[in-house]
Design a protein around this ligand. Structure first.
Ligand code: FAD
Ligand code: MLT
Ligand code: ZN
Length: 480
């Protein structure tokens, strides 16, 4: 490591990527805020430069130059992450490596059911490319219009189809990665079987840019379902929602492709901030569930299956009312309501987010007990509970009491609210991060809730692969 002065490094980076693709604060009229500010506007960092490579050799050369200069690198995709993992710190010394120019679909192999894309490909464009070729790429989440497959892999994103297709990890077969030394690992295999040693692919997935820079990926494709139906059900309790999930598994089998739960307050926020969305059934029930049935036969079969399920659920008392979307427009409208909760919550003010997982069977008791503890600890808090109940993953979010400013609420309560919720999660054998990752937001909490041997092994891996602590330092695991 030679510790080059920063102007020498910037000059080198401009040579590698072209001057127009290396942005600094010294450029006339420069505004780096889109890359420096996280999506929730919780943190605003200050980068030495934002670098936008066009291809894998450029990424490799950038990493080599940064390694020689001792400058750390923060990989970034669509910057929709929710745990402060993809923005620079405020030291003014870090390089943001924005992957969005690397967005090509490299290949589709219909017989192998795979698609190979560059890391900066926006998820929605990947879904569209798959669909144009007659296939389904099932990863789906509210940020799909701007998040990238590299970010999805970096965070091992979940989303709304996990109950059937799994997390991003389960959808990936191969990766191309630039390591911390600036070498390219070509692991872009489309193989479904390959037992030739350690699973480096799965080590990279979910490592949040701390072990390598993903430049391309080979992802699985699936047949498009012959029909897809969406239903919205009012349920009298969280236990009823869990019972409905059990019935849905029994009756729909692999047809069950989505199972989302939303509490009344979350839906009230959508109704308040986006009244045009016309939220159904929410006023007279504590919880609603959104279900999706994907059928390989035809729509009539899917509808008959769905109606039989809902009738059985009404009879068993786990559903009090329900609507089935009549057409695609109505189905999209229902999903749009679900996907708008995060935005409606942000409109309401800054809140304390928890992205937790608990064994499904224990979620009703967890919610009842933790709601009561929170109400005692911070009187008046409003619970925005929603999420992927089919995966045991709740967004158990805490909104300030009515009339209390979000910033003030967080300043005074975030630490003790987090401690209370995380202690409960631990008591219920859950995880403090189900799908968003650790980032900077939870890096201090991980040692309290993760097995110490696992932490030591994670630290050993980080030190082995990135001995200079160059890649996204201070995220996921602290390596002094
Ligand atoms: P960024 O935010 O840019 O980066 C995220 C992390 O990945 C950072 O640590 C970054 O360093 C790293 N990274 C980015 N690109 C690379 C790369 N090429 N190589 C290595 N590391 C990289 N998440 C879910 O899991 N499920 C949801 O349902 C969901 N819904 C969301 C809804 C909304 C409205 C929003 C705003 C976010 C949501 N998220 C959800 C959170 C977020 O994790 C995802 O949007 C997505 O996976 C992040 O992708 P990105 O391209 O924006 O990554
Ligand atoms: C979601 O499921 O909508 C997301 O993970 C976003 C959030 O937690 O706000
Ligand atoms: Zn989610």
């Amino acid at each position: 490591m030679t510790d080059l002065p920063s102007h020498d490094l910037i000059a080198q980076l401009r040579q590698i990527c072209g001057a127009a693709h290396v942005l600094t604060h010294d450029d006339p009229g420069a505004d780096l805020s889109p890359w420096e500010q996280d999506w929730r506007k919780r943190v605003r960092g200050h980068a030495l430069a934002v670098v936008r490579p066009a291809n894998t050799p450029e990424v490799a050369a950038v990493v080599k130059a940064c390694a020689a200069a001792g400058a750390s690198i923060v990989p970034q995709g669509g910057n929709t992450g929710l745990v402060v993992g993809g923005v620079p710190d405020n030291s003014g010394t870090q390089i943001v490596l924005s992957m969005t120019r690397m967005n090509a679909v490299r290949a589709i192999d219909p017989a192998n059911l795979t698609i190979t894309v560059e890391a900066g490909c926006v998820l929605q464009n990947l879904q569209a490319a798959a669909e144009n070729a007659g296939f389904l790429f099932p990863l789906s989440l509210g940020a799909e219009g701007s998040c990238t497959i590299g970010g999805n892999l970096g965070t091992n994103a979940g989303g709304t189809q996990v109950v059937r297709y799994g997390n991003t990890r389960e959808l990936c077969l191969g990766l191309e990665v630039v390591n911390a030394q600036g070498e390219v690992w070509n692991g872009l295999t489309g193989l479904r079987k390959d037992n030739t040693g350690y699973d480096l692919r799965n080590l990279m997935i979910g490592s949040e840019g701390t072990l390598g820079i993903i430049t391309a990926a080979t992802m699985k494709l699936y047949p498009l379902p012959a029909a897809q139906l969406t239903a919205w059900a009012a349920v009298p309790s969280m236990q009823a929602a869990v019972d409905l999930l059990g019935l849905a598994h029994q009756r729909l089998g692999p047809g069950l492709t989505g199972f989302e739960v939303m509490n009344q307050f979350a839906l009230g926020l959508v109704d308040k901030h986006y009244p045009q969305l016309r939220v159904p059934l929410w006023q007279d029930t504590p919880w609603c569930v959104l279900l999706e049935n994907s059928d390989s036969e035809n729509e009539a079969h899917a509808r008959a299956q769905f109606e039989a399920l809902l009738e059985a659920a009404l009879e068993a008392g786990c559903v009090s009312d329900a609507v089935v979307a009549e057409n695609l427009t109505q189905a999209r409208g229902l999903w749009h309501i679900r996907e708008s909760i995060t935005l409606a919550q942000a409109e309401e003010g800054l809140n304390i987010k928890h992205d937790i997982s608990i064994p499904v069977s224990r979620i009703p008791a967890f919610v009842a007990e933790t709601d009561a503890l929170l109400a005692r600890e911070v009187p008046g808090v409003r619970m925005v509970d929603f999420g992927h109940l089919g995966d045991g993953n709740l967004h158990y979010n805490v909104q300030a009491p009515e009339g209390v400013d979000g910033q003030v609420f967080l300043r005074d309560n975030e630490e003790r609210v987090n401690t209370l919720v995380f202690e409960q999660v631990a008591r219920y054998d859950g995880s403090i991060s189900a799908e968003h990752g650790v980032g900077e937001l939870k890096v201090g909490k991980l040692p309290l809730y993760k097995d110490p041997t696992a932490l030591a092994m994670m630290r050993a891996v980080k030190k082995a692969l990135d001995p200079q602590n160059l890649l996204n330092p201070g995220r996921v695991i602290n390596c002094p």
